[in-house]
Write a protein that binds this ligand. Structure first.
Ligand SMILES: CC(=O)SCCNC(=O)CCNC(=O)[C@H](O)C(C)(C)COP(=O)(O)OP(=O)(O)OC[C@H]1O[C@@H](n2cnc3c(N)ncnc32)[C@H](O)[C@@H]1OP(=O)(O)O
Ligand SMILES: O=C([O-])CC(=O)C(=O)O
Length: 385
């Protein structure tokens, strides 16, 4: 059969699965034309203003906002499980300091499966324990690698600090300013879930084989790392650095358009307007600048957004979630190559929600292909090739 024949069999090939539904889901909703994002029916703006990352994680994974008692119990369990086993720390010490923290995180998340490998996927207590462990330990692993690659011992989590304050503390051994901890917490809430993006799809495919949740998260971390997905937040800062000044913005964009290169932090498969999270992230950056002083990259970013809109709005290309997040993290003093691991700390909540949902009505993912080769080719002996 030729490719044309294959296409006649009724398959419609959609590169990148654009617009192809791959599951039923009630976890989140995006209206890309109106710029709407909801988690479990609640608008992201409401959650950013009124919730916390852990409460939002509970909402995503278990489908409802927790009562005060449920939230207290959940937070207590997370605090209890923050520490990582010394054998995981020892393993991480062998990682090369020059390695990317996303690779370190992917390997460490997978290593959790060596210690907690029981696959009781129909036991709600197992599901809860795995979700708690992953939410609790991933920030500790990210901070531990940061310390170890600088030649220092990891900083132990502090039980008196909440989730985001504790993460910032483990990175610096300094108790963060309350505004810094609060801003980071809102960033985590904003990044926690986004329907069937590439890493979540990867998580669901892995989950559908009924493997363990650590493998599910490790495969999603690997997928998030790429520059077309979560890795773009790091690339945005590199781009702002290479542009260097507001005057250089227009020639930079014109050159990208001429050479058909992507402008990092812009464009989205679903949003055809400015990403609602970018609007909130920009205001978080401004709050930090007001208290701690402006970042000189901000003016470049604002001009970049203006020129990209002027040139590309007609194609529906606007700032996405990765455009302003890096400016927030930079102001929090976080190194650029930790931006994507921070995205992972947050998105693990969404991945876990999808893992749990996938297990509910599981069928293994096994799509098809359109074969583009030939048939019955002769085997040519090596001497005759
Ligand atoms: C958390 C996240 O994952 S958010 C996304 C983070 N990624 C980035 O910021 C990287 C830059 N952006 C991109 O590469 C893309 O916009 C993606 C990967 C996000 C979406 O990709 P797709 O939906 O496949 O869009 P695709 O790449 O086909 O682009 C469609 C058109 O818009 C253009 N376009 C899309 N994004 C950009 C961009 N950032 N800069 C310039 N042009 C762009 C493409 O060149 C293409 O133009 P054409 O139709 O004239 O050929
Ligand atoms: O939805 C997507 O394609 C990308 C993503 O994860 C997000 O925007 O948060």
């Amino acid at each position: 059969m030729t490719v044309a024949d294959e296409l006649k069999t009724g398959f419609e090939f959609k590169p990148g699965l654009e617009g192809v539904p791959v599951t039923l889901s009630s976890i989140s909703f995006v209206d890309g034309k109106k710029g709407v994002l909801e988690y479990r029916n609640i608008p992201i703006e409401e959650l950013a203003l009124k919730s916390t990352f852990l409460e939002t994680s509970y909402l995503l994974i278990w489908g409802e906002l927790p009562t005060q008692d449920e939230l207290d119990a959940f937070e207590k369990e997370i605090r209890y499980h923050r520490r990582i086993k010394y054998r995981i720390r020892d393993m991480m010490k062998c990682f090369p300091e020059s390695g990317h923290p996303m690779d370190a995180l992917q390997a460490s998340a997978a290593a959790l499966g060596l210690f907690y490998s029981r696959r009781a996927l129909d036991d709600p207590a197992y599901i809860r324990a795995a979700a708690v462990r992953l939410l609790a330990k991933i920030p500790t692993m990210v901070a531990a690698f940061q310390m170890m690659r600088k030649g220092n011992d990891p900083i132990q989590p502090r039980d008196d600090l909440d989730y985001s304050a504790n993460f910032l503390y483990m990175l610096t051994e300094q108790e963060p300013d309350p505004l810094e901890a609060q801003v980071l917490d809102v960033c985590l809430t904003l990044h926690a879930e986004h329907t069937i993006n590439a890493s979540t799809f990867s998580a669901r495919v892995t989950a559908s084989t009924l493997t363990d949740p650590y493998a599910v998260v490790a495969s999603a971390v690997g997928t998030l790392a790429g520059p077309l997905h979560g890795g773009a937040n790091e690339e945005v800062i590199d781009m702002l650095e290479s542009i260097g000044s507001v005057e250089n913005v227009r020639p930079y964009i014109e050159n990208c358009l001429k050479t058909k290169s992507k402008i990092m932090g812009f464009g989205h498969r679903v949003y055809k307007v400015k990403d609602p999270r970018a609007i909130i992230l920009q205001s978080l950056a401004e709050q930090l600048f007001e208290k701690f002083g402006r970042d000189n990259y901000y003016d470049i970013a604002v001009e970049l957004e203006r020129v990209v809109e002027e040139k590309l709005a007609y194609k529906g290309i606007y700032a996405n979630v990765d455009f302003y997040s890096g400016l927030v993290y930079r102001k929090l003093g976080i190194p650029t190559d930790l931006f994507t691991p921070i995205f992972a700390i947050s998105r693990v909540a969404g991945w876990l929600a999808h893992w749990k949902e996938q297990l509910g009505e599981n069928r293994i993912y096994r799509p098809t292909q359109i074969y583009t080769g030939t048939h019955n080719a002769p085997y040519i002996p090596i001497a005759e090739r």
